[in-house]
Design a protein around this ligand. Structure first.
Ligand code: GLA
Ligand code: GLA
Length: 697
């Protein structure tokens, strides 16, 4: 062979051996059920390293009997995998996988970077993040490393490379979960500050541009060298430049994404056949998931319906599911941690749930687009901070009621796999979430009673109470499939988004805007346009005055003279082209508009200047939906949820009873029970904590 042909042969052999890495940013839809060998993913988070090896076989058999075909492993096992710097031990994990695989259970491996070994902190103390007061975190918890630290990045690359190399061809390993619940903490040390300077330089190119964008003329904060730029003190009350603070949020989100990419780059290069995900946190807003998820194959998240004040309200988890789905183009997702028992974190307790509710929540996940449900955790830990955070089993491994419910659900979901496969959530209505506005409200939170998520819920819960599916959009999402978009408190707004919303309305959409919209430009600088700034023409109103609620009472008056109490914030509206729907009832602006409606092109724009009680949102959305001909879901009693997935020729209706009472729902047509295979009457009976899955053409 000539040298050139030898070279060509080497190159082609190399290309054959190393398939091209997939694009870093994946947008194409990922078929989770096909990925899991055609099975609905039904799993548990399992920590074999914490139990005697002779228990593994018993566990795997008990899992298999409950329909478990999937586990997440190893996300906190760094020190077991790399007991000394650069010395690896995969034997124990290989043995655990062997036992699980033999029972038909495949795995996702967590890259264990959330919980670094003590030796790493001892040798490189600067891997620990520094808080905003300049204090470094100590070793002993988890998730407190500094994203920018070169020693930490090097250690990350080493463990991820070793894992990828060891498991790249393992048939029982389906893919990876990067780290665990990325997002915190922000790091305020000198390395982070230098990284922030670099980020600013890349964004603004010149200091002049930065000073102008941030309005550093205020209080004489003008920067003359990049190194003068401080990190913000985000603590409320410690006044800092809101423009700098917003960029710091963006920087932290971008840095988190960069850190994730350190890992995905290695995994895609060494193990291109394995899929990559991350376990996210629903409404958690320190990072922009819609950006992060561009680097993942599919979305997974951690769903704890009963951890928090909202016990027994299904809306919280519902919105979490819908937001997670929306953060990657509405693609189906999986739940990586589905609540499997009572939450109890150190000293904080949730409440114990009736066992039947665990089944309802699993079905809720599926109804909202999950093609996989994995419970946290198989068995409650005997050790550490989470001794009270129940798994399905307790420490004694007794096959309790939760286990029985989980097993029943597992059998059912396996039976429903074919029906579910290829179906997705389709919604006529959507909520727009603005990561910039959420961050800006963290920096300047308006009044104490204001809560961005509460704004989302006022509308979300109303749609859901009416049985209408809801999607969640981000600024870059496609707005065209929707009939109605609610964009609450678009505090920070750039021109492209304002234009996109205007187009949506002109083309026939219904757009609902609420108070404090269009106030700031993309730099968190107040607009010099009349409020609501770039939305003023669209809304057909001018706002020359507003009134935060401190302790005064306010009300709005309907056209028939009814007075309804109003809260939180009062934008005082002067209609330019809009019609007045509600007026204020009290104080010096009594009689001025509080809610308006403006016809724009083929659509309509509402501006809601204040907060009302939830029931009025249900009434309002109902009236709008009826006018638009959006089929209202079913008339459902309080405590029952109706949600729909669909695919060609089939609608799959989930009726979920979260109450301890029997409930009735009128279908208006007969349905086919996807589980029993039998026809269901028009009037559906739901037992306490029961679920029905019905298919209709
Ligand atoms: C003080 C300060 C001003 C201004 C006002 C309003 O009076 O001297 O510079 O900050 O409060 O906050
Ligand atoms: C989070 C974490 C888990 C566990 C659970 C319960 O979701 O990812 O490791 O801590 O909370 O506390």
């Amino acid at each position: 062979m000539t040298p050139r042909r030898i070279l060509a042969a080497i190159v082609s052999a190399y290309l054959l051996l190393s398939p091209p890495a997939r694009a870093q940013e994946t947008t194409k839809s990922f078929d989770l059920i096909a990925w899991n060998s055609g099975k609905f993913i039904y799993g548990v988070d399992y920590y074999p390293e914490a139990w005697n090896e002779d228990q593994w076989e018993k566990d795997a058999a008990m899992m298999q009997a409950a329909g478990i075909n999937f586990v997440r492993l190893a996300e906190f096992a760094w020190v077991k995998l790399e007991p000394r710097e650069g010395k690896f031990d995969f034997d124990w994990l290989d043995r655990a996988l062997k036992v699980l695989n033999a029972h038909g259970i495949k795995a996702v491996l967590g890259t264990p970077t959330c919980s670094p070994p003590a030796w790493l902190y001892a040798r490189y103390p600067d891997v620990a993040a520094m808080d905003e007061n300049g204090v470094r975190y100590r070793y002993g918890s988890r998730r407190n490393y500094c994203l920018h630290n070169p020693n930490f990045i090097a250690a990350t690359e080493r463990i991820v490379t070793a894992m990828a190399d060891h498991y790249k061809n393992h048939p029982g390993v389906q893919g990876w979960q990067i780290d665990n619940e990325l997002g915190d903490p922000e790091c305020f040390d000198a390395v982070s500050q230098a990284a922030f300077h670099k980020w600013c330089q890349k964004k603004y190119k010149t200091l002049e541009a930065l000073n102008k964008a941030w309005g550093t003329v205020f209080w004489g904060h003008t920067y003359q060298t990049w190194s003068e730029i401080p990190l913000p003190w985000n603590t409320l009350g410690k006044a800092h430049n809101p423009s700098l603070a917003l960029d710091f949020h963006r920087f932290h989100s971008d840095s988190t994404h960069d850190y994730l990419k350190v890992q995905t780059t290695i995994l895609r290069r060494l193990a291109p056949a394995k899929a990559i995900t991350h376990n996210e946190m629903g409404l958690f807003d320190h990072i922009d998931y819609s950006d992060l998820n561009r680097s993942l194959d599919f979305v997974a998240w951690d769903n704890y319906p009963m951890f928090g004040k909202d016990y027994a309200s299904y809306f919280g988890s519902g919105l979490g599911h819908d937001l997670m789905r929306g953060s990657k183009n509405n693609q189906n997702f999986m739940v990586m941690e589905q609540q499997g028992g009572l939450p109890g974190w150190s000293v904080f307790w949730g409440r114990q749930a009736p066992p039947g509710l665990y089944r309802v929540w699993a079905y809720q996940s599926v109804a909202h687009g999950a093609d996989g449900v994995c419970y946290f955790r198989w068995r409650t830990s005997r050790y550490g901070t989470e001794q009270y955070w129940q798994g399905i089993l307790d420490q004694d491994s007794y096959a309790n009621q939760r286990y029985k419910i989980v097993a029943q659900t597992g059998k059912e979901l396996s039976q429903l796999t074919d029906v579910l496969h290829g179906s997705r959530v389709v919604s006529p209505a959507a909520l727009l979430v603005s990561p910039d506005s959420r961050w800006a409200f963290h920096i300047q939170p308006l009044v104490e009673s204001f809560d961005y998520n509460h704004q989302l819920h006022l509308y979300y819960d109303a749609f859901r109470r009416l049985g209408i599916n809801v999607d969640v959009l981000f600024p870059q999402s496609d707005f065209t499939p929707y009939k109605i978009i609610v964009a609450p408190s678009l505090f920070v707004l750039d021109k492209p988004l304002a234009d996109k919303l205007a187009k949506f309305a002109r083309d026939g959409g219904i757009l609902i805007l609420t108070y404090r919209s269009g106030v700031k430009d993309e730099h968190n600088v107040v607009t010099d346009l009349t409020l609501p700034g770039p939305l003023a023409e669209l809304a057909g109103v001018a706002i020359h005055d507003f009134d935060p609620q401190i302790n005064q009472e306010q009300a709005v008056v309907t056209t028939d003279g009814t007075s309804i109490s109003a809260h939180t914030w009062f934008d005082i509206l002067d209609p330019t082209t809009a019609d007045t729907v509600l007026t204020y009832g009290k104080g010096y602006y009594a009689g001025k508009a509080a809610l308006t409606r403006n016809r724009v092109g083929n659509g309509m724009v509402y501006y809601v200047g204040t907060d009302l009680a939830q029931e009025y949102y249900v009434q309002g959305i109902k009236a709008v939906a009826e006018r638009l001909g959006i089929p209202l879901g079913l008339s459902i009693p309080e405590g029952v949820e109706a949600a729909v997935r669909e695919k060609e020729g089939m609608k799959i209706l989930f009726l979920l009873n979260y109450t301890d009472q029997p409930q009735k729902v009128s279908l208006g047509q007969s349905g086919h029970n996807a589980l029993s295979g039998e026809a269901e009457p028009e009037e559906i009976q739901l037992a306490p904590f029961d679920v029905k899955v019905l298919t209709t053409p």
